[in-house]
Design a protein around this ligand. Structure first.
Ligand SMILES: Nc1ncnc2c1ncn2[C@@H]1O[C@H](COP(=O)(O)OP(=O)(O)O)[C@@H](O)[C@H]1O
Ligand SMILES: [Mg+2]
Length: 226
């Protein structure tokens, strides 16, 4: 079953009097439960693709649908709850709120939708990733790897159907980075979540169900299943 469908997506930026085509007629279908890796050189359009697939930004042309629902023209009020409960995001720079503890950071998306179990779920997730002893710590007291574990818990707390992870190990050393990727993959498999991960790691690409490569805003390999 297809969970996400992107059809003929084009995204351009207008800089001065120049048009830069960042995504060029990208068509992609992602299956429910699939683990998709996105590769490509810096500047090839990977982050732009993720922001458009997840409704953080809009394409100039093309359509996006999630679980059969076209989200391309939804306004911010309609898309915000969808992002909060259907998608989980993990970014290179963690994006934790500095004034909140690890526990509060993780609880936040669940509290936003009024989940009474927010605290219990957050504690269980932090325990699952080995951070039970860090629940009261603030981001500045955590190592890079701990911050990313915390960010992963936050991404998972609402039990998202799709995880978007954009170079989640970009700010970590290679040992911590591989551990984070292994953890993400374990959690994805346990929960059967669909995951779209931008990474340069050949090991992780080797465990992916499919790898697509972007070059100059086009998918050059992996556009089709199988
Ligand atoms: N807000 C923006 N305004 C102008 N150009 C942008 C913007 N965001 C990205 N770009 C350009 O789009 C291209 C692709 O960027 P990006 O999607 O970040 O690539 P990647 O994640 O593969 O490194 C780059 O040339 C970048 O400079
Ligand atoms: Mg990027």
């Amino acid at each position: 079953m297809t969970i996400l469908k992107a059809k003929e997506i084009t995204k351009q930026y207008h800089i001065g009097n120049r048009d830069i085509t960042v995504l060029d007629n990208v068509t992609l279908e992602v299956a429910q439960g699939e683990f998709l890796v996105v590769k490509g050189e810096s500047g090839s359009g990977k982050s732009t693709l993720l922001t458009i697939l997840s409704g953080l930004d809009r394409p100039d042309r093309g359509r996006i649908s999630i679980e059969g629902r076209d989200i391309t023209d939804l306004d911010e009020d309609a898309i915000a709850p969808l992002r909060n409960s259907t998608f989980g995001f993990v970014f290179q720079s963690f994006h934790l709120v500095p004034s909140l503890s690890a526990l509060e950071n993780v609880m936040f998306p669940a509290e936003l939708k009024g989940d009474k179990e927010a605290r219990t779920k957050a504690l269980a997730l932090l325990d699952r990733v080995g951070l039970a002893h860090r629940v009261a710590s603030f981001p500045h007291q955590l190592s890079g790897g701990e911050k990313q574990r915390c960010a992963i818990c936050r991404a998972l707390i609402n039990d998202p159907r799709i995880i978007f992870a954009d170079e989640p190990t970009g700010n970590l050393d290679s040992v911590n980075g591989e551990a984070i990727l292994a953890l993400l993959l374990e959690l994805q498999r346990e929960r059967g979540t669909t995951m779209i991960l931008v990474t340069h790691s050949p090991e992780i690409a080797g465990s992916a169900d499919r790898v697509i490569t972007l070059k100059d805003g086009r998918i050059v390999t992996g556009a089709d299943h199988g």
